[in-house]
Each structure stands twice: as C-alpha cells, then as structure tokens.
Design a binder for this molecule. Structure first.
Ligand SMILES: [Zn+2]
Length: 249
C-alpha cells in the first residue's frame, strides 16, 4: 500500500472519498484557501487515513489582508490537526496567462515559511522552473529545511541545489509519458522522493479520461523502479518510508 503525498481530497465529492481511501495506506490532503482548509479538516476528522495540510494555493488571486489574517489565525488554532503547511508557493502558470506582480506572492510565501517554522511543520510547495530558485532563497534565508516540492520541474542548477539542501520532491503519474519527469527521476536521489496524484487533476497518456485516483501511483512506481534499477517492492518500501519520515506519520 502506497502513500499519496499530495492530493486535493476536498475537491472530490463526499461519496467518492471512501473508495479513494481503499487504494492507499495514508494520504496527505492539501488545501487551497480557508474554506478548503475547513473541508479538509472535516474529511481528516472523519477518516483517520487522511492527514491534513493547510495553506493557500498560489495559482489564484491573492487574499485580502483580512482574509489572510483569518487564514493564519485559523491555521495556528488548528496546528494539532495538521501535518504540514500547504499547498503554498508561487503562481507560475497564472503568470503565463496574465501580467502579474509576483512580489506580493513572494511576500505571502515568505510569511507561510515563517509560519511553518513557528509551528515546526514541513512545508508543501508549488514552485516550478525559475520559481524554485526564489523559493530556495527564501527557505535558506529562514533555515527551513523540511520542504516538499510537489510535482517539481526545473533545471539542473536548481535540482543540484535542492538535492544539496535535502529537499523532497514527489512524482505524479505523468512520469509515464513526460520525458522531462523521467530525466528528473534519473538525477534525483530516491531517498528524497515521494509519489503523489495531485488529484483530481487529470492526466494524459494511459490515464486519459480516467478519474485521477491513488491506484495510478503504482504505474508511477514502476517507472521509478525501472529507472533506478530496483524491484518494485524495493522502490515502494523506500518511497513509503521517505513519506512517513518526512511527514512524521
Ligand atoms: Zn496541488
């Protein structure tokens, strides 16, 4: 049984959740904003397999100061109900669609890093390509090492830096058909690797028109095992242990 290290469980219907949980040992359910945090908390209280992370997804307009304060207060008051701060990060894809001043997003992310440090929790990051460098700067500035870059993509320089700092990445089912991800698997140490679905985000290739569910991680694992020259059982054991250690499960 695998652990899904990153899923948006709150975006599935109530009736779908029990069958998704049958496919995994545990899953890390991340949140998008305050209402999503509240729904994720409700789900985690109902199902012990679900471990919650609370944050603000960066690919959306910024919260007002009042909304941000309410979110931070809420997270602080629920620190015992969460395993991490997340999902947080920088708006890479939104910036491809519209002109955006990224500085207030960086400032918000920095406040989340400070919060994670204050609460002594790992942080779940959405930071790809050149954004990853900015995030590495911020993590190093605040000496927060417990960082998980989910569905990571980036160049060789930042990959080297992330490995040196001991940051974790997680691999999604697109490893089956994206050469960029297969190359990343080749260079990144398996000791710093987890698997995830980012569900309900849809995948392509053999997963076209299929509802994203944790069973897809078995195919991801086969790709990782084959690239790393390990048996599926060996790869599964290492990756599951990584996730348990990182999230203190
Ligand atoms: Zn996500």
């Amino acid at each position: 049984m695998l652990i899904d290290a990153h899923i948006h469980l709150d975006q599935y219907k109530d009736g779908e959740i029990p069958s998704l949980l049958e496919e995994v040992e545990t899953l890390i359910a991340v949140s998008m904003q305050l209402s999503s945090c509240q729904r994720t908390l409700d789900i985690a209280k109902t199902y012990p397999k679900v471990k919650a992370a609370f944050g603000f997804h960066p690919e959306q307009p910024l919260p007002s100061q009042i909304e941000e304060n309410a979110l931070f207060d809420w997270i602080r008051s629920h620190k015992d109900d969460m395993v991490a701060v997340g999902e947080v990060g920088l708006p890479y894809y939104l910036r491809q669609e519209q002109a955006l001043d990224v500085r207030p997003y960086e400032a918000l992310l920095e406040r989340f890093i400070v919060l994670a440090k204050e609460l002594k929790k790992p942080i779940v990051l959405h930071a790809v390509y050149e954004d990853a460098t900015i995030v590495c700067d911020l993590l190093e500035k605040h000496r927060h090492r417990q960082a998980h870059f989910h569905w990571f993509k980036g160049d060789v320089t930042v990959v080297k830096r992330m490995i040196q700092q001991g940051y974790f990445i997680s691999i999604t089912p697109d490893a089956l058909y994206e050469e960029e991800i297969q190359q990343l698997i080749q260079v990144y140490p398996i000791e710093l690797m987890m698997v995830e679905t980012d569900g309900p985000w849809p995948f392509e290739g053999p997963f076209t028109n299929k509802r994203t569910s944790p069973w897809m991680m078995h195919s991801t694992l086969e790709v990782i095992a084959s690239i790393k020259g390990l048996s599926i059982q060996e790869a599964a054991q290492i990756i599951t242990q990584n996730t348990k250690t990182f999230y203190q499960l």
